[in-house]
Design a protein around this ligand. Sequence first.
Ligand SMILES: C[S@@+](CC[C@H](N)C(=O)[O-])C[C@H]1O[C@@H](n2cnc3c(N)ncnc32)[C@H](O)[C@@H]1O
Length: 193
Amino acid sequence: MEEIKNYALINHIPIVRDRTACYLVNECSKLNPKKILEIGTAIGYSGLLMLNSCKGSLLTIEKDEKRVLEANKNFSKYNMSKRVCIKCGDALDELMVLYNDNQKFDFIFLDGPKGQYIKYFPILKKLLNKNGVLFADNVLMNGLVNNIDNVTHKNRAMVRNMKKFNTEILNDSEFKSTLYDLDDGFIVAEKIK
Ligand SMILES: C[S@@+](CC[C@H](N)C(=O)[O-])C[C@H]1O[C@@H](n2cnc3c(N)ncnc32)[C@H](O)[C@@H]1O
């Protein structure tokens, strides 16, 4: 796994940070989900962490074809290919396919485009089983979410969307959610209804 991490660092591929990864692994092993959904595969680093911490299967979505190839190689290298299905495409399109197919998941790792979390949330709610967990990474966006006045015009809509997502999930009565101010910020939300 260190090898994959170094490859990601050298090639400027963003992957889950160390402390967040510890919480991710911990949540995943506690729940031992049968089915995991991930938005944002990159090269499979977080996918492998989750697969190593439970016995379930992983459906992971990534739009970048080159990264999908790398992820496939990594899953195969660690003998995980049989437990993984990678969908190469835009997350919203792929999520709609899963929704229309009435698919359900026990654990969702949301780590895709940051401005889209708010758009994905209603669909993810439907895809998550009761007692399942939604783990959303980068929800503080390097502190920008709490400092919107200093955000450049170009990034303002993205940061506002993330702030809306945080408010919505933290106040949703179907979820028991905690926001962790560690690394780039993450929310662990258990679906209680
Ligand atoms: C932070 S990285 C994921 C890191 C990975 N979860 C890990 O920790 O190893 C986010 C990924 O989402 C992908 N992505 C961005 N926009 C997307 C979209 N609209 N649909 C699917 N994937 C997208 C990017 O190409 C990138 O690889």
